[in-house]
Structures are given as C-alpha cells and as structure tokens.
Write a protein that binds this ligand. Structure first.
Ligand code: GDP
Length: 695
C-alpha cells in the first residue's frame, strides 16, 4: 500500500499546559475544527472527548496521555496528550519522548505558572521545538503581551507573536494575522467554524504595524541573506517569513506565539495553521541512533528503512485487553507480523493495528514511519521497549522513569476484592512504569509505590472504578533507601553438617559505595576456580536478596558495587542455596561495618501566595527541614522555590491553605535522594524496630 500522505506532512505533537490553562478545551476545539467531532462538549458538562476516563472528567485534570490523529490542511496531525500535573512525571516523560513538537499553552491571566515552567524545562531536555498559544483572552485581566514577556523572562525563550489580539476580556473579537496583515474574526453562528477575513481596523493599525515589523525583523535576524534583503527593501515576502520562522522554530531559536479563546471559539484555526506550518515533520529530525555503545547504526526517518518503533504507552482496556501505543520511527509494519522486541530480546507478534481517534479506533493494515498507532496482542511489552525488524535489529534509547518515592499499604475490603486486586494492580502497573506493587512478607501487606500522594490516590480510585476493587489504604510512607559510605571487605562461610549431605558456601566480598543514582554493580574477580562459575549467579542472588531489605533499616540498598574476590567450595556439600546464604549473610555483616546511611527523597517545592503571606510561607519551608532556593514575583503574587524532604510534606496542602487563608497554593515534584541527618535516621530506625519491620 502506498503512502497516502507524504512524511513531510506528518506532525506528532503534544500540548503542554498548567492545569486549568484550557488544554482539554483547546484539544477539543482542535478536533472539532478538524472535523473529527460534530458537537462541542464543554469540560464543565463532563463531556470532553479527550478525557475518556471517568475520573479525569470529574477531577478536570488530564491523567492519561492518549494519542489521537486528525487531519488539517492536508497534514496528518497526531495529538499526544501531555499532562500538566507533575505528579504524573511518567506521562510527561513518555509523551515528550515520542512527540516531535509541542504547543505550550498558557492562560492569558495566569501566564507562565510554576508547572508550565517545569514541563517546559523537561521539553528543553528532549530538544522539543515549540509554539505557544495564549488562551483565555476573553477573561478579565487577560494580558497577551505580558505572557509573551514572561516566555522571555521566565522561560528564557525567544517569543515571536504571529498574531496580536483584537480587543480583550469581553471585548475580545479576534486576531490580526501578522503574516497576511488581515483581521480575522470567527462566526458566532457556527461556533467559529467560519472564518471572516477583513481589513485591519484603523484603530489597530499602529499596533499591527509595530508587531509586523517585529516579526519581519526577528525573521531577518535568522539568516544573513534575508537580513540584507530586509535592510535594502525594509520588508520580506509572506513565503520568506513562513519558511524562515519554520527553520528557526525547528532549531529552537524562536517560539511563534498565537492567542485566542478556546471557550469562545476564537483563534484555534490559526493555532492549527501554526502547528502544520512551523512544527517539525519526522523528516526534520536527526537520524535514529542505536542505543548500544559498540554499534553505531544511524538510520533515517524513512519508510524505506527497516522497521523500528517504540512502545510508549500501555493501556489496560476493559474490552480489548492490553493496548500498546507505539511510535513508528522507521520503515513500515503490517498487522500480523512477527517483530523483535530488542529491549527484551524476544520475538513478539503485532496483532491488530489501530489508528486512534478521539472516541473510536479504526483497524488498519499497515503503519508507516512517523505514525503513532495502537497495537493489540503484544503480551509482555513494557513501556519504552523497542520493537524492530528481526533481520535489522536496533535498540532505541528508552524512556527514563524515576523510581517511586512514596508507598502505602492497601488491604482489600472483602474476599472478592482480594481475588480481583492482583489482576487490577498488574494492569495498572503495566500501564504506569512509576507505579510498583510489592508484598511485605513481615506484615503480609500489599504495598503500592508511586510518585506522590495524588498519584497513589488516583490509582486506588481507578482500581475501584475500573476494576471494582475496594481497598483500605494505610498511611503513606516515604520510600527511604540505604547505602554505604566506605569500602569494606571480608568473608563468610556458610557450613552446616546435619546428617546426610551438608551445606558449604564460602565467599569473600568487597562492598564499595557508588555515586548517587549510579545503581548496583556486581563484579566477579574469582581466579583459579576457587569458586566454580556455576555458583557466581547464586552469589549475586544472595547479595540482591540482602539488598532488598537492607540491614540498616530494612529499606532497599542502592548505589553500591559488590565484588566477589575469593572463596572456596566443597565437591559434595556446595550448592546454589549454600552460596546464596553465604553471600547474603556476608553482605549483611559487611554492610553494617560500611558506615551505612539512610537516604530520603527530596522534593522541589513551589509555593505561590500573595506577598502578605510570604513570612509564614517561607517559615513553613524552613520548619520542614527545607531550604529556600529562590524567590520571585509572578502576576502580583510571590513564588518561593525550595527543597524539602518528602517526609516533611505530608498534610502541606492543608497547612498552606490555613496559613494563607486559602490564597496560597503549592506544587512539588521529586528532585533527588539526599542523606537523612543522623539523629532523624535513628528515630526512623527506632520506629521501624518497634513496628518490627527490621529483623
Ligand atoms: P485543562 O485543565 O488545562 O485541561 O483545562 P480545561 O480545558 O479543563 O479548562 C479549565 C477551565 O477553563 C474550564 O472551566 C474551561 O471551561 C475554562 N476555559 C478553557 N478555555 C477557556 C477560554 O478560552 N476562556 C475562558 N474564559 N475559560 C476557558
């Protein structure tokens, strides 16, 4: 089957926004104008189509990152939903990994809010080209140029308005297109579908000319040849402006800025034009690289290359079972083909292929380079896995997910809940790589871990709604870690002689601390067959077993190198089990000599409140063992940014509300692990001993 749309006309984009900036409404208008939906449902009616999970509609925040494909001006545009809440880091990371460009959405009143700032920074990490849309121009206090300014001052971008608003607040009528130099209005009769182009009103001419000059100048600055022409003639053609702004957007030198009111059906079609005009196609991307260090395969984004794709999202669907969303990076793939999962090194069959629309799925026979499609029938696939052609294997750089920082115990309410809970948890953890499930053998409790209170709350709620499992939730606990701070080495011999066959395992281990986040490494330095090779994996297993529940406080041990450098064995009495035991006990003993310490997750916290409440707000950070990193001003309020240990943040939303009489708010996200001060670590360990969580 031939391509129906050229790759140059493919756009895979996300909309990044602070909660409430209007992402759901904007996405919905986009689908409406692109003819994908025939009716407009407002968010407050609970009818929004992108939000297809019940709970999202109620909460009004977008949790799931679904992908939906539409067409605009002969372009295939796939919208990958990017959540604005940082508690859902995994969703942000995974969507940024597979999209090629993004629309940064701002509220014309709220401007650049802390969370938009954070998602922006994440998008910069992935080199995502962006255009901006200033929404809610109809609201009291709307300030288009104020937001343009903040894109520069707060986000460090180089904004270039492509339109300027005509009127604002309840007088917001439409926009002036600075490329065409026309006034654009939207018919009220058909919910803005019909665009009315008129001459620029005289009263607006001066402003339009000033900003047109800015646009031409900013374009001319980008290329010497154009600058010369501009200096000679004082102008550039429409095509020249469009093509240079496109290049400069893709290389992230400028941010084209649009504005409108999604709610009042204004400005969305211009935004869509901006998406197809300026955001990159897969052909604009650098070639794919093989993630393994030794091979350096470079591969073009093209249908003619061998097939390679990345699974970026897994959805547990009640009807279809497991649905995997994948982005095809090169080549083509037919439904029913067997492919290599190069991450897991096994073959898998692509069952059905689906094109995802906002409210339905369409079966397709084939997916091509640049497509984002659903796959039914991939059993063990995980988020971030590479799927590729068996004859031409490639491993794409995966998606990085942070480890969970908080956990709670959950108890099914009844026997029937108990039976269903396992399956529900498996589904949910399949979907979300930052959601882990474990079992505490000491207390016989199921423990779920995630990125924050809200994250876990949402998952428990989903378990109830989607899987009908009611569970009682314990107190949230911080996911502490243990690590060693000095090098130690020593030996342990596990010997048992009890009638018949005995047990014999003998190891010498060296424990060394590694840097934060460097993880675990196991090294085998056995020479001369002092321990046969077959027992080496058992030694690693014993060490890992000891590390799962650390000797210091019962928390997982991280960031260590463990080397087995000597030992001995017995022809008859040695066994896998004996070496597991020898290594486990040896590690436990040595670890306690290696000056262990406790690590805790530290959150980056941003508090926004009117100036009057700044004293108590900064005090509240210091009281919580936090430190203040910066203070700034934003839209008449003050913003404090600081670092606070997660364990001190429980109940902070109430505290902030009381402290600021409801006028302050805060956001937080996991930053890194830090050492817990000794006296506090001792307290934590004492409590755990009392609760019998350390053997
Ligand atoms: P999201 O949280 O970013 O997905 O934002 P929503 O689309 O759910 O919008 C949040 C609220 O703002 C809803 O009550 C919308 O009706 C409202 N809203 C969205 N766009 C506009 C707009 O252009 N003008 C006004 N006045 N309200 C809007």
């Amino acid at each position: 089957m031939a391509r129906t749309i050229s790759l140059l006309r493919v756009r895979n984009i996300g909309i990044m926004a602070h909660i409430d900036a209007g992402k759901t409404t904007v996405s919905e208008r986009i689908l409406f104008y692109a003819g994908k939906t025939h009716k407009l449902g407002e968010v407050h009616d609970g009818e929004a189509i992108m939000d297809f999970m019940d709970q999202e509609q109620e909460r009004g925040i977008t949790i799931t990152s679904a992908a939906t494909t539409l067409s605009w001006n002969d372009h295939q545009v796939t919208l990958i939903d990017t959540p604005g809440h940082v508690d859902f880091t995994a969703e942000v990371e995974r969507s940024l990994r597979v999209l090629d460009g993004a629309v940064a959405l701002f509220c014309a009143v709220g401007g650049v809010q802390p969370q938009s700032e954070q998602v922006w920074r994440q998008s910069e990490k992935y080199n995502v080209p962006k255009i901006a849309f200033v929404n809610k121009m109809d609201r009291v206090g709307a300030d288009f140029f104020g937001v343009v300014d903040e894109i520069k001052t707060i986000l460090g971008g180089n904004p270039v308005p492509m339109v300027v608003p005509i009127g604002k607040e309840d007088k917001f009528e439409g926009v002036i297109d600075l490329v065409k130099m026309k006034a654009i209005y939207y018919s009220e009769e058909d919910q803005g579908r019909t665009i009315i182009e008129k001459e620029i009103p005289v009263a607006k001419m001066k402003k339009a000319k000033t900003w047109r000059a800015n646009l031409v100048e900013k374009s001319a600055e980008q290329e010497d040849a154009l600058l010369e022409k501009f200096l000679e003639t004082g102008n550039l053609s429409e095509d020249e402006i469009l093509s240079i702004i496109r290049k400069a957007t893709i290389t992230r030198r400028v941010i084209p800025v649009y504005c409108g009111s999604a709610f009042k059906n204004k400005g969305i079609q211009q935004l869509l034009d901006g998406i197809v005009n300026f955001l990159p196609s897969p052909e604009d991307l650098p070639p794919l690289v093989h993630a393994g260090a030794d091979e350096n395969i470079l591969r073009a984004h093209s249908d003619d290359e061998p097939f390679a794709a990345m699974a970026f999202k897994i959805i547990a669907d009640r009807h279809m079972g497991k649905l995997t969303l994948m982005r095809v990076y090169s080549g083509t793939i037919m439904a029913g083909t067997v492919v290599l999962n190069s991450t897991q090194k096994k073959t898998q069959r692509i069952g059905r292929l689906l094109r995802i629309h906002a409210n339905r799925q369409e079966s397709i026979n084939e997916a091509r380079c640049g497509d984002i499609v659903g796959v039914v029938g991939l059993g063990d696939v995980r988020t971030g896995d590479t799927l590729c052609c068996q004859e031409h294997p490639i491993l794409l750089e995966s998606i990085e997910f942070p480890a969970p920082v908080m956990s709670i115990s959950i108890k099914p309410e009844s026997r029937s809940d108990n039976e269903k809970m396992g399956a529900a948890l498996r589904h949910l953890s399949d979907e979300d790589p930052t959601f882990l499930v474990s079992f505490d053998e000491e207390t016989s409790e199921t423990i779920i871990s995630g990125m924050g209170e809200l994250h876990l709350e949402v998952l428990v709620e989903r378990m109830k709604r989607e899987f009908g499992v009611v569970a009682e939730v314990g107190r949230p606990e911080v996911a502490y870690r243990e690590t060693a701070t000095i090098l130690v080495q020593g030996q342990y011999k596990h010997v048992k002689q009890s009638g018949g066959r005995g047990q014999y395992g003998h190891v010498y281990l060296r424990l060394e601390p590694r840097g934060p986040g460097e993880g675990f490494e196991f090294v085998n330095e056995i020479k001369g067959g002092h321990i046969p090779d077959t027992y080496i994996p058992s030694i690693e297993k014993g060490v890992l077993k000891a590390m799962m529940s650390g000797p210091y406080a019962g928390y997982p041990v991280v960031d260590m190198r463990v080397t087995v450098y000597d030992g001995s064995y017995h022809e008859v009495d040695s066994s896998d089990f004996a070496f597991v035991e020898a290594a486990r006990v040896c590690f436990k003993t040595l670890f306690m000599q290696a000056r262990p310490e406790l690590l805790e997750p530290v959150m980056s916290v941003e508090v926004i409140a009117p100036e009057d409440y700044m004293g108590p707000a900064s005090g509240s950070i210091c009281q919580r063992r936090g430190r203040i990193e910066s203070m700034s001003e934003q839209g008449g309020s003050k913003v404090i940014q600081g670092m606070v240990p997660l364990s001190e943040m429980f109940g902070y939303s109430n505290a902030i509300r009381t402290m600021t009489q409801g006028r302050g708010s805060f956001t937080m996200h996991f930053e890194h692990y830090e050492t817990v001060p000794f006296s506090i670590a001792e307290e934590i360990i004492k409590k755990r001993r009392e609760a019998n969580k350390i053997r």
